[in-house]
Design a protein around this ligand. Structure first.
Ligand SMILES: NC(=O)c1ccc[n+]([C@@H]2O[C@H](COP(=O)([O-])OP(=O)(O)OC[C@H]3O[C@@H](n4cnc5c(N)ncnc54)[C@H](OP(=O)(O)O)[C@@H]3O)[C@@H](O)[C@H]2O)c1
Length: 346
């Protein structure tokens, strides 16, 4: 890795995604000169460990970015909307995990394995897609390039960590409470800020984020619109149903995809086996298929249960699993930062 060192800020450093960003920066020996860890006033003054050193959390403010080269944001859309313009003004490259700028036509929406060239078309901010979108496009990109894609039907089985650190606590608390015979009071899910809450332990919730007027949830619309933007192809018909399940880490997706041209199953398997960021785990004879417990803590996207549809010869079914906090958020953001600094020095 590079010789030059960079001043880096992590905004939302105390959160579920921020924790993984810090872990990856340390593990990958990211060339950091100075590190700032930022949060809300609630966590300011707390300390975190980074590379065996203690760093003190500061409150994120508009003036926090002077002298910062790269800032990785995961503190919610409102914080990004407020602070990223100030950071850009200060000359900071912002890599944003939130929904704030993803559909902004001036902001590239990047998954390095799919449209990595877009990293270099930024105007100060690069958006990281939604976690569910990222793993789907990583799995579908090799098929898109070879055969074209006309239609995608996806149903998700999303882990509670996708809703942040408090949702993990909520699942743990409810599970322990119900096993102990206590009554549980849902507090966070389906989404902080919504008036009605539902139990997640021993349940599934077919709602992630707010409902829109068309009956889809915001999460479902993110998967639809972001897929078209990342693939650079608004003609792909996408429909999505997003469901929260009582799993802590790792989103799973059942995907039906219709390709534009005929295909052989051997070619599909070979493409998936050789695709960047994809690990093919697909052997019904030995019951090998991806599962969240195996994907947790890994940066790859795992694909299995690959089979031709029974009625549509150009239709393909598959099962795709990835760690939502890693490829779905922290790893995708750190990958973008690494590729950007490599080019600055190249
Ligand atoms: N979890 C995922 O799988 C995932 C995947 C992709 C994208 N994202 C996006 O990443 C963002 C964070 O997600 P998360 O799961 O890490 O949430 P989280 O665990 O709830 O953490 C939120 C972080 O944001 C900070 N924060 C909250 N309000 C703030 C404010 N006003 N100013 C500065 N910092 C503030 C919190 O700091 P305090 O400690 O001070 O509260 C905490 O560090 C969300 O926008 C989410 O949509 C999450």
């Amino acid at each position: 890795m590079s010789q030059k060192r960079w001043n880096v800020a992590v905004v939302g450093a105390t959160g579920a995604v921020g924790e993984q960003i810090l872990r990856l920066l340390a593990e990958r020996e990211f060339p950091i000169a100075q590190l700032k860890v930022l949060s809300s006033a609630r966590s300011a003054g707390k300390t975190l460990q980074f590379n065996n050193e203690t760093v003190t959390v500061e409150e994120a403010q508009p003036e926090s970015f002077h002298g910062v080269d790269i800032a990785l944001f995961s503190a919610g859309g409102d914080v990004s909307r407020e602070l990223i313009p100030h950071a850009i003004q200060a000359g900071t490259l912002c890599i944003d995990n939130t929904n704030a700028f993803r559909m902004d036509p001036n902001t590239p929406l990047v998954v390095p394995e799919v449209n990595g060239q877009e990293i270099f078309n930024h105007k100060g901010c690069i958006a990281n897609p939604n976690c569910s979108t990222i793993q789907m496009v990583v799995a579908l990109k090799p098929l898109y390039d070879r055969f074209g894609i006309s239609k995608i039907i996806v149903s998700t089985y999303q882990a509670v960590s996708g809703a942040g650190a408090r949702a993990i606590e909520e699942l743990n608390r409810q599970t322990a409470g119900i096993i102990a015979g206590d009554l549980v009071t849902p507090d966070i899910l389906p989404s902080a800020g919504l008036p009605v809450k539902h139990q997640i332990a021993f349940n599934v919730i077919p709602q992630i984020d707010k409902f829109q007027d068309n009956g889809f949830t915001l999460e479902e619309l993110k998967m639809i619109k972001e897929t078209q933007k990342i693939m650079g192809d608004p003609s792909i018909k996408v429909t999505s149903t997003c469901v929260r399940v009582p799993v802590v880490y790792g989103h799973s997706e059942s995907i039906y995809v219709e390709l534009k041209s005929d295909f052989e199953m051997e070619d599909v398997r070979e493409l998936l086996a050789n695709a960047p960021g994809v690990v093919l785990v697909d052997d019904p004879a030995t019951q090998q298929y991806p599962m969240p417990v195996h994907a947790t803590g890994k940066n790859d996207t795992f694909v299995g249960r690959v089979r031709r549809d029974l009625y549509e010869p150009r239709g393909l079914n598959m099962w795709v699993v990835s760690d939502n906090l890693l490829k779905g958020a922290a790893w995708n953001a750190v990958q973008i930062a690494e590729q950007w600094i490599a080019k600055q020095e190249g």
